[in-house]
Design a protein around this ligand. Structure first.
Ligand SMILES: NC(=O)c1ccc[n+]([C@@H]2O[C@H](COP(=O)([O-])OP(=O)(O)OC[C@H]3O[C@@H](n4cnc5c(N)ncnc54)[C@H](OP(=O)(O)O)[C@@H]3O)[C@@H](O)[C@H]2O)c1
Length: 226
């Protein structure tokens, strides 16, 4: 899958630090892209030539299905889905308000679940779905309990669906990066981030994710980034 000419990819969270880098790397290999985030202007500002822009808020129940449909309609096929959208929140579980909990569940778990359910039947044999869970799926952390739990749920989803998808000749990849200097923690939807050690380089993390997508890997644990 290293030459992606004629292959169609949907990148969800394409306005993000990792998603935008992944989208550019895939475009550089010739993929036909559908890119998504909440802001059409921010997607256009990425300047990825030929990318089809489809803005959507993943908290809306129909958004994942509409994204998959838009990608298939635009390019006539779907070979890859990269789920690079996500939000984080910090603080003791008793302090996080209900709306924040809902957003974490909706964006970090329900949206990936809905994307997988919508994409699998629509994809070409030989295709790939890559989700970015996180190191906290392996090592849940206090003051990040809900984020840890939804990321662990997403990782469990990708692992469990992997065998089902194999029958359709679709590869499911779960990527669990350690802390990366993308600014995600400073964009937390609630709470203040703890003092974190310097994280990984976003360029290196995005490149490692694309390497996994293009190769044959299915599981990319945090240790794969060291
Ligand atoms: N950075 C890290 O240390 C790290 C480590 C492990 C795993 N991860 C995971 O990697 C993924 C990407 O993280 P990042 O660091 O690249 O974060 P980022 O730069 O903040 O990007 C987040 C992306 O998610 C999208 N998004 C957020 N809420 C959304 C919503 N309601 N509807 C649609 N899109 C929404 C954002 O789009 P908008 O432009 O619309 O906001 C943006 O494209 C996340 O799942 C994160 O949990 C990150």
């Amino acid at each position: 899958m290293s030459d992606l000419s004629g292959k169609a990819f949907l990148v969800v969270g394409a306005t993000g630090a990792l998603g935008s880098r992944i989208a550019r790397l895939l475009a550089g290999r010739g993929a036909d892209l559908t890119i998504s985030g909440r802001s059409a202007d921010a997607l256009a500002a990425l300047g990825i030539d030929g990318a089809h822009i489809h803005s959507a808020d993943l908290r809306e129940p129909d958004a994942p299905r509409s994204l998959v449909e838009a990608a298939v309609t635009q390019h006539g096929r779907l070979d890859g889905v990269i789920i690079a959208a996500g939000v984080v929140a910090f603080g003791p579980v008793t302090d996080i308000d209900d709306d924040t909990v809902d957003d974490l569940v909706l964006v970090d778990f329900l949206a990936p679940l809905r994307l997988v359910r919508a994409a699998l039947p629509a994809m070409e044999a030989g295709g790939v779905i890559a989700g970015i869970s996180a190191v906290v799926a392996e090592q849940p952390l206090p003051n990040m309990a809900v984020y840890s739990a939804v990321k662990a749920a997403a990782a469990a989803l990708f692992t469990a669906v992997r065998t089902e998808a194999r029958r359709r000749k679709i590869r499911i990849v779960d990527v669990r990066p350690p802390h990366t200097e993308t600014g995600l923690a400073d964009r937390a939807i609630a709470g203040d981030p703890p003092k974190l050690p310097t994280g990984l380089d976003p360029d290196a993390v995005a490149a490692r994710i694309v390497e996994a997508v293009l190769g044959k890997e299915t599981d990319v644990p945090s240790a794969a980034f060291s």
